[in-house]
Design a protein around this ligand. Sequence first.
Ligand code: HPA
Length: 234
Amino acid sequence: MTIHIGAAKGDIAETVLMPGDPYRAKWAAETFLENPKLINEVRGMLGYTGTWNGHQVTIQGSGMGMPSLSIYANELIRDYGAKTLIRIGSCGGMQDKVKVRDVILAMTASTVNSPSSGIFRELNYAPCADWGLLQAAAQAAAKHGAATHIGGIYSSDVFYDERPDLNEQMVRHGILGVEMEAAELYTLAARYGCRALAVLTVSDHLGTGEALPSDQRERSFGEMVEIALEAAFS
Ligand code: HPA
């Protein structure tokens, strides 16, 4: 038991999938895991542990934004011994070639600010995904026939952005999409010798304003869970 996670020590698997939304954690666990067991409900941030193809897996909500994810990832890694952490979530598309429903595998996650920024001071640290996980996820996504983009994303501190000039520079420099958690996850994984990856579906597009209707989000989300599980245990 930690400050924010009520699970007993052995109740969390070494492999953890982290959706932002706790109800997505519940849905994914009940849909894809055998014998899912609720292991956390502190603050309503639901977490479940079950098995997938005989492998132990935990699916734990991270909440929205890097400060929230940082709390859960720190405790999962430092107190529960998590070794592989895969964010499954949505992002806003930034390039014309990136369409709503496409999958983005985040090779790097740029950020203006993260909970870890303070320790780097003048250094522009480059948070990056685990190569083995990224490669395995690319293969899994291809097997699913998902339209997939692999490259850099932007982990923003804000959803309601007041810096259109910054987005312009992101687009200009090939950033595929924007979300709010991956940079901190990658930084923590690097710090503690863990593997991390963000598998994202494009739920909306900053350029076109198109957005995925809520009834279609579940299907895209399910595909991401499968890609993440296949990558984790490939
Ligand atoms: N901005 C930040 N995070 C997001 C977005 C966005 O447009 N879409 C989905 N997650």
